[in-house]
Design a protein around this ligand. Sequence first.
Ligand SMILES: C[S@@+](CC[C@H](N)C(=O)[O-])C[C@H]1O[C@@H](n2cnc3c(N)ncnc32)[C@H](O)[C@@H]1O
Length: 280
Amino acid sequence: MATTPAPETPQTWHYGLVAKWWSEFNRDGPEIAFFQRFIQNDGEPALDVGCGTGRLLLPYLRAGLDVDGCDVSADMLALCSDEAAREGLSPTLYEQAMHELDLPRRYKTIVVCGAFGLGSTRDQDLEALRRIHDHLEPGGTLLLDNEVPYADANVWRYWLKDGRSLLPESPEPSDSPKKASDGTEYRLSSRIVEIDPLDQRLTLEMHAEMWRDGALAAEEDHLLNLHMYFRDELLLMLERAGFDDVVVHGGYSEEAATSDDDFLVFVARNSRPVAPMPST
Ligand SMILES: C[S@@+](CC[C@H](N)C(=O)[O-])C[C@H]1O[C@@H](n2cnc3c(N)ncnc32)[C@H](O)[C@@H]1O
Protein backbone atom coordinates (compact mmCIF):
# COMPACT_ATOMS: atom_id res chain seq x y z
CA MET A 1 0.00 0.00 0.00
CA ALA A 2 1.34 3.49 -0.85
CA THR A 3 1.96 5.71 2.15
CA THR A 4 1.72 9.46 2.46
CA PRO A 5 5.12 11.19 2.52
CA ALA A 6 5.81 13.25 5.61
CA PRO A 7 5.55 16.95 4.73
CA GLU A 8 8.53 19.30 5.08
CA THR A 9 6.66 21.50 7.53
CA PRO A 10 6.27 19.76 10.89
CA GLN A 11 2.83 18.17 10.95
CA THR A 12 1.65 18.28 14.52
CA TRP A 13 -1.76 18.63 16.10
CA HIS A 14 -0.81 21.08 18.85
CA TYR A 15 -2.94 23.97 17.60
CA GLY A 16 -6.37 25.47 18.32
CA LEU A 17 -8.52 23.35 20.60
CA VAL A 18 -5.74 20.79 21.17
CA ALA A 19 -3.44 23.57 22.39
CA LYS A 20 -6.19 24.77 24.71
CA TRP A 21 -6.58 21.21 26.02
CA TRP A 22 -2.86 21.06 26.84
CA SER A 23 -3.01 24.37 28.64
CA GLU A 24 -6.05 23.41 30.71
CA PHE A 25 -5.51 19.75 31.48
CA ASN A 26 -1.89 18.64 30.91
CA ARG A 27 -0.19 20.21 33.88
CA ASP A 28 1.68 17.61 35.91
CA GLY A 29 3.81 14.48 35.53
CA PRO A 30 7.01 12.93 36.89
CA GLU A 31 9.10 14.54 34.12
CA ILE A 32 8.86 17.98 35.70
CA ALA A 33 10.78 17.22 38.92
CA PHE A 34 13.14 14.77 37.22
CA PHE A 35 14.42 17.28 34.66
CA GLN A 36 14.33 20.15 37.17
CA ARG A 37 17.02 18.45 39.30
CA PHE A 38 19.47 18.57 36.36
CA ILE A 39 18.79 22.27 35.77
CA GLN A 40 19.09 23.14 39.46
CA ASN A 41 22.37 21.25 39.73
CA ASP A 42 24.51 23.84 37.93
CA GLY A 43 22.47 23.43 34.71
CA GLU A 44 21.48 27.06 34.00
CA PRO A 45 20.74 28.61 31.66
CA ALA A 46 18.41 25.99 30.19
CA LEU A 47 16.26 25.71 27.09
CA ASP A 48 12.98 23.77 26.89
CA VAL A 49 12.63 22.64 23.24
CA GLY A 50 9.01 21.86 22.35
CA CYS A 51 7.97 23.63 25.56
CA GLY A 52 4.31 23.68 24.53
CA THR A 53 2.03 25.48 26.97
CA GLY A 54 4.72 25.40 29.65
CA ARG A 55 3.96 22.24 31.64
CA LEU A 56 7.68 22.11 32.56
CA LEU A 57 8.74 25.65 31.76
CA LEU A 58 6.26 27.43 34.05
CA PRO A 59 7.17 25.45 37.21
CA TYR A 60 10.85 26.07 36.42
CA LEU A 61 10.25 29.81 36.10
CA ARG A 62 8.25 29.81 39.34
CA ALA A 63 11.27 28.14 40.98
CA GLY A 64 13.40 31.08 39.80
CA LEU A 65 15.35 29.09 37.20
CA ASP A 66 16.74 30.74 34.07
CA VAL A 67 14.91 28.80 31.33
CA ASP A 68 13.93 29.85 27.78
CA GLY A 69 11.41 28.00 25.63
CA CYS A 70 10.84 27.25 21.99
CA ASP A 71 8.12 25.44 20.05
CA VAL A 72 6.86 25.14 16.48
CA SER A 73 3.27 25.95 17.51
CA ALA A 74 2.43 29.63 17.95
CA ASP A 75 -0.83 28.58 19.65
CA MET A 76 0.95 26.56 22.34
CA LEU A 77 3.45 29.39 22.91
CA ALA A 78 0.70 32.02 23.18
CA LEU A 79 -1.07 30.04 25.91
CA CYS A 80 2.26 29.56 27.72
CA SER A 81 3.00 33.27 27.49
CA ASP A 82 -0.52 34.24 28.69
CA GLU A 83 -0.27 32.06 31.77
CA ALA A 84 3.24 33.32 32.54
CA ALA A 85 2.05 36.94 32.23
CA ARG A 86 -0.84 36.30 34.63
CA GLU A 87 1.78 35.29 37.19
CA GLY A 88 4.07 38.24 36.45
CA LEU A 89 6.60 36.08 34.59
CA SER A 90 8.02 36.96 31.18
CA PRO A 91 9.84 33.98 29.63
CA THR A 92 11.85 34.32 26.44
CA LEU A 93 9.97 32.16 23.94
CA TYR A 94 10.88 31.40 20.34
CA GLU A 95 8.60 30.06 17.60
CA GLN A 96 10.89 27.61 15.79
CA ALA A 97 10.88 24.02 14.61
CA MET A 98 13.70 22.20 16.38
CA HIS A 99 15.43 21.24 13.13
CA GLU A 100 15.66 24.98 12.40
CA LEU A 101 16.83 25.94 15.90
CA ASP A 102 18.83 29.13 15.62
CA LEU A 103 18.95 31.10 18.87
CA PRO A 104 21.23 33.87 20.14
CA ARG A 105 22.09 32.10 23.41
CA ARG A 106 23.99 28.95 24.43
CA TYR A 107 22.71 26.71 27.23
CA LYS A 108 24.08 24.39 29.92
CA THR A 109 20.97 22.20 29.71
CA ILE A 110 18.51 21.54 26.89
CA VAL A 111 15.33 19.56 27.65
CA VAL A 112 13.22 17.89 24.97
CA CYS A 113 10.20 16.33 26.67
CA GLY A 114 7.53 14.55 24.64
CA ALA A 115 8.49 16.45 21.51
CA PHE A 116 11.26 14.56 19.68
CA GLY A 117 10.19 12.93 16.41
CA LEU A 118 6.88 14.81 16.23
CA GLY A 119 5.81 16.21 12.91
CA SER A 120 9.23 15.90 11.30
CA THR A 121 11.15 13.72 8.84
CA ARG A 122 13.99 11.45 9.98
CA ASP A 123 16.51 13.82 8.38
CA GLN A 124 14.97 16.72 10.26
CA ASP A 125 15.20 14.76 13.51
CA LEU A 126 18.94 14.23 13.01
CA GLU A 127 19.37 17.88 12.11
CA ALA A 128 17.47 18.82 15.28
CA LEU A 129 19.97 16.84 17.39
CA ARG A 130 22.88 18.57 15.60
CA ARG A 131 21.38 22.00 16.22
CA ILE A 132 20.65 21.17 19.86
CA HIS A 133 24.26 20.00 20.23
CA ASP A 134 25.47 23.29 18.77
CA HIS A 135 23.27 25.29 21.16
CA LEU A 136 24.88 23.68 24.22
CA GLU A 137 27.80 25.18 26.04
CA PRO A 138 30.85 22.89 26.01
CA GLY A 139 30.15 20.07 28.45
CA GLY A 140 26.44 20.93 28.46
CA THR A 141 23.70 18.32 28.77
CA LEU A 142 20.79 17.30 26.56
CA LEU A 143 17.88 15.58 28.36
CA LEU A 144 15.61 13.88 25.85
CA ASP A 145 12.78 11.48 26.54
CA ASN A 146 11.41 8.96 24.08
CA GLU A 147 8.50 6.51 24.23
CA VAL A 148 9.71 3.15 22.92
CA PRO A 149 7.89 1.90 19.77
CA TYR A 150 6.66 -1.25 21.59
CA ALA A 151 5.11 0.64 24.53
CA ASP A 152 1.54 0.54 23.22
CA ALA A 153 0.11 -2.87 22.30
CA ASN A 154 -2.52 -1.29 20.04
CA VAL A 155 0.11 0.58 17.99
CA TRP A 156 2.51 -2.37 17.94
CA ARG A 157 0.03 -4.73 16.21
CA TYR A 158 -0.12 -2.34 13.23
CA TRP A 159 3.59 -2.84 12.54
CA LEU A 160 2.53 -6.24 11.12
CA LYS A 161 1.11 -6.55 7.60
CA ASP A 162 -2.13 -8.14 8.83
CA GLY A 163 -2.59 -5.37 11.36
CA ARG A 164 -1.94 -2.61 8.83
CA SER A 165 -4.68 -3.94 6.55
CA LEU A 166 -7.16 -2.84 9.28
CA LEU A 167 -6.08 0.82 9.03
CA PRO A 168 -7.34 3.49 9.19
CA GLU A 169 -9.04 2.81 12.50
CA SER A 170 -12.73 3.72 12.71
CA PRO A 171 -13.49 7.01 14.44
CA GLU A 172 -13.95 6.36 18.17
CA PRO A 173 -16.44 8.11 20.42
CA SER A 174 -14.79 11.03 22.25
CA ASP A 175 -13.10 10.56 25.60
CA SER A 176 -15.15 11.77 28.55
CA PRO A 177 -15.59 15.54 28.41
CA LYS A 178 -13.39 17.74 30.61
CA LYS A 179 -14.50 21.08 32.00
CA ALA A 180 -12.14 24.01 31.43
CA SER A 181 -11.65 26.96 33.78
CA ASP A 182 -14.10 29.10 31.75
CA GLY A 183 -16.86 26.47 32.00
CA THR A 184 -16.54 25.19 28.42
CA GLU A 185 -16.18 21.44 27.89
CA TYR A 186 -13.55 19.76 25.74
CA ARG A 187 -13.73 16.35 24.10
CA LEU A 188 -10.87 14.69 22.22
CA SER A 189 -10.83 11.53 20.17
CA SER A 190 -7.79 10.20 18.33
CA ARG A 191 -7.28 7.31 15.92
CA ILE A 192 -4.44 5.71 14.00
CA VAL A 193 -4.66 6.49 10.30
CA GLU A 194 -1.50 4.93 8.93
CA ILE A 195 1.76 3.31 9.97
CA ASP A 196 4.84 2.84 7.84
CA PRO A 197 7.15 0.34 9.59
CA LEU A 198 9.94 0.90 7.06
CA ASP A 199 10.12 4.60 7.93
CA GLN A 200 8.90 3.90 11.52
CA ARG A 201 6.29 6.60 11.01
CA LEU A 202 2.86 6.75 12.60
CA THR A 203 0.06 9.06 11.44
CA LEU A 204 -2.66 9.90 13.95
CA GLU A 205 -5.80 11.97 13.58
CA MET A 206 -7.40 13.97 16.37
CA HIS A 207 -10.99 15.18 16.46
CA ALA A 208 -11.41 17.94 19.02
CA GLU A 209 -14.68 19.49 20.17
CA MET A 210 -15.48 22.41 22.45
CA TRP A 211 -18.95 22.56 23.98
CA ARG A 212 -20.56 25.58 25.62
CA ASP A 213 -23.85 25.42 27.59
CA GLY A 214 -24.58 21.95 26.18
CA ALA A 215 -24.10 22.97 22.52
CA LEU A 216 -21.18 22.25 20.20
CA ALA A 217 -19.32 25.58 19.89
CA ALA A 218 -16.28 24.50 17.83
CA GLU A 219 -14.76 21.37 16.32
CA GLU A 220 -11.46 20.71 14.58
CA ASP A 221 -9.54 17.84 12.98
CA HIS A 222 -5.76 17.68 13.13
CA LEU A 223 -3.10 15.24 11.95
CA LEU A 224 0.08 14.26 13.75
CA ASN A 225 2.98 12.44 12.12
CA LEU A 226 5.55 10.95 14.44
CA HIS A 227 8.66 8.86 14.13
CA MET A 228 9.23 5.97 16.52
CA TYR A 229 12.83 5.32 17.52
CA PHE A 230 14.48 2.38 19.22
CA ARG A 231 17.17 2.90 21.86
CA ASP A 232 20.16 2.00 19.73
CA GLU A 233 19.27 4.09 16.71
CA LEU A 234 18.80 7.11 18.95
CA LEU A 235 22.22 6.40 20.48
CA LEU A 236 23.72 6.35 16.96
CA MET A 237 21.91 9.55 16.01
CA LEU A 238 23.16 11.29 19.16
CA GLU A 239 26.70 10.16 18.36
CA ARG A 240 26.39 11.46 14.78
CA ALA A 241 25.13 14.76 16.16
CA GLY A 242 28.34 15.12 18.20
CA PHE A 243 27.48 13.71 21.65
CA ASP A 244 30.14 11.35 23.00
CA ASP A 245 28.81 10.51 26.46
CA VAL A 246 25.24 9.20 26.63
CA VAL A 247 23.50 7.44 29.51
CA VAL A 248 20.02 5.96 29.09
CA HIS A 249 17.70 6.04 32.10
CA GLY A 250 14.58 3.93 32.53
CA GLY A 251 11.67 6.32 32.83
CA TYR A 252 12.09 9.41 34.93
CA SER A 253 14.38 7.74 37.46
CA GLU A 254 18.04 7.25 38.19
CA GLU A 255 17.76 3.57 37.21
CA ALA A 256 19.36 2.22 34.04
CA ALA A 257 16.87 1.45 31.25
CA THR A 258 15.41 -2.06 31.08
CA SER A 259 13.19 -3.77 28.50
CA ASP A 260 10.18 -3.10 30.77
CA ASP A 261 10.48 0.69 30.50
CA ASP A 262 7.98 2.42 28.19
CA PHE A 263 9.87 5.71 28.37
CA LEU A 264 13.62 6.17 28.12
CA VAL A 265 15.49 9.31 29.06
CA PHE A 266 18.72 10.00 27.18
CA VAL A 267 21.21 12.11 29.11
CA ALA A 268 23.69 13.17 26.45
CA ARG A 269 26.83 15.22 26.96
CA ASN A 270 29.70 16.35 24.89
CA SER A 271 32.53 15.53 27.26
CA ARG A 272 35.35 16.59 24.95
CA PRO A 273 37.49 19.25 26.58
CA VAL A 274 37.10 22.75 25.27
CA ALA A 275 39.80 23.48 22.68
CA PRO A 276 42.43 25.83 24.17
CA MET A 277 42.52 29.37 22.86
CA PRO A 278 45.33 29.71 20.29
CA SER A 279 48.37 31.47 21.77
CA THR A 280 49.36 34.68 20.09
C1 LIG B 1 3.44 16.46 23.52
S1 LIG B 1 3.67 18.20 23.51
C2 LIG B 1 4.83 18.38 24.88
C3 LIG B 1 4.94 19.79 25.38
C4 LIG B 1 5.88 19.95 26.58
N1 LIG B 1 7.25 19.60 26.26
C5 LIG B 1 5.41 19.12 27.75
O1 LIG B 1 6.04 18.10 28.03
O2 LIG B 1 4.38 19.48 28.32
C6 LIG B 1 4.76 18.38 22.12
C7 LIG B 1 5.14 19.79 21.79
O3 LIG B 1 6.16 19.75 20.80
C8 LIG B 1 5.87 20.72 19.82
N2 LIG B 1 6.48 20.26 18.57
C9 LIG B 1 6.07 19.25 17.77
N3 LIG B 1 6.90 19.11 16.74
C10 LIG B 1 7.88 20.04 16.90
C11 LIG B 1 9.03 20.39 16.13
N4 LIG B 1 9.33 19.71 15.03
N5 LIG B 1 9.80 21.41 16.58
C12 LIG B 1 9.47 22.09 17.73
N6 LIG B 1 8.39 21.79 18.47
C13 LIG B 1 7.61 20.78 18.07
C14 LIG B 1 4.37 20.79 19.76
O4 LIG B 1 3.93 21.99 19.19
C15 LIG B 1 4.02 20.62 21.22
O5 LIG B 1 3.95 21.86 21.87
